[in-house]
Design a protein around this ligand. Structure first.
Ligand code: CA
Length: 227
């Protein structure tokens, strides 16, 4: 799942990026209102976390503009302002939650998960399935044939991408940008290493191998066709 954070305080922004990244989300950070709105309007996020007082455009203006463009993705305000009228204004504009600084990361994470659960109910399943492999996006659990598989945050992100686009051959450059948020660098074998570990966890000892390497092209996860 992708989260956009718009926050101009570098410390808070980095803290959020790191924490949410470690929790397995793919996070983009904008440090002013203009960049934040630009990214938000691309519409590729599952949640937008907005500071209120920002250079360029306020968090309120960003949300207003998103809604005017028909974007209904959930939004959470994060701000030092704790006055009642501010809270009401944020909620009137269609925010899903409001968190006052300072906050604990544990609380933020709990609220983020609640919003994502609510935001997706009825519209999209929160469980991805390919053959007997299941990935629960909210509880962040993976099972194969009902047996729990423990993954690191990066392995989880990698598997989520492969399962969302099951049947498609994904080039390493795409995996690098989506899961590692980095540009493809041919000197690094970080993807190969992570993929090898993931395959051991998912496929080792199984009759049916779900993850395949397509030589010179990338990786694909798919259920083999019935014989
Ligand atoms: Ca601010």
């Amino acid at each position: 799942m992708r989260i956009l954070i718009v926050e101009d305080e570098p410390k808070t922004g980095e803290y959020l990026c790191q924490g949410l990244g470690e929790a397995g989300f793919v996070v983009d950070l904008a440090s002013n209102g203009i960049d934040g709105l630009h990214l938000a309007l691309q519409g590729k996020y599952d949640l937008v976390i907005l500071d209120v007082m920002l250079p360029g455009l306020s968090g309120w203006q960003i949300l207003q503009s998103m809604r005017q463009h028909g974007l209904q993705m959930p939004a959470m305000f994060l701000t030092a302002r704790d006055q009642v009228e501010d809270r009401v204004k944020g909620l009137e504009l269609g925010a899903d939650d409001y968190l006052v600084k300072p906050f604990s990361f544990a609380e933020l994470l709990a609220r983020v998960r609640t919003i994502l659960r609510r935001g997706r109910s009825g519209t999209e399943s929160t469980t991805l399935r390919v053959a007997d492999l299941e990935l629960d996006l909210l509880r962040r659990r993976v099972t194969r044939a009902g047996k729990r598989i423990d993954l690191t945050a990066k392995e989880f992100g990698l598997l989520e991408l492969l399962m969302r686009r099951s049947g498609e051959v994904l080039p390493r450059s795409l995996i690098a940008s989506q899961v590692w948020d980095m540009n493809f660098d041919s000197d690094t074998n970080v993807i190969e290493v992570a993929m090898r570990r993931l395959r051991i966890k998912i496929d080792e000892g199984q009759d049916v191998k779900l993850i395949q390497t397509v030589r010179g092209m990338g990786y694909v996860l798919e259920a083999p066709e019935e014989p």
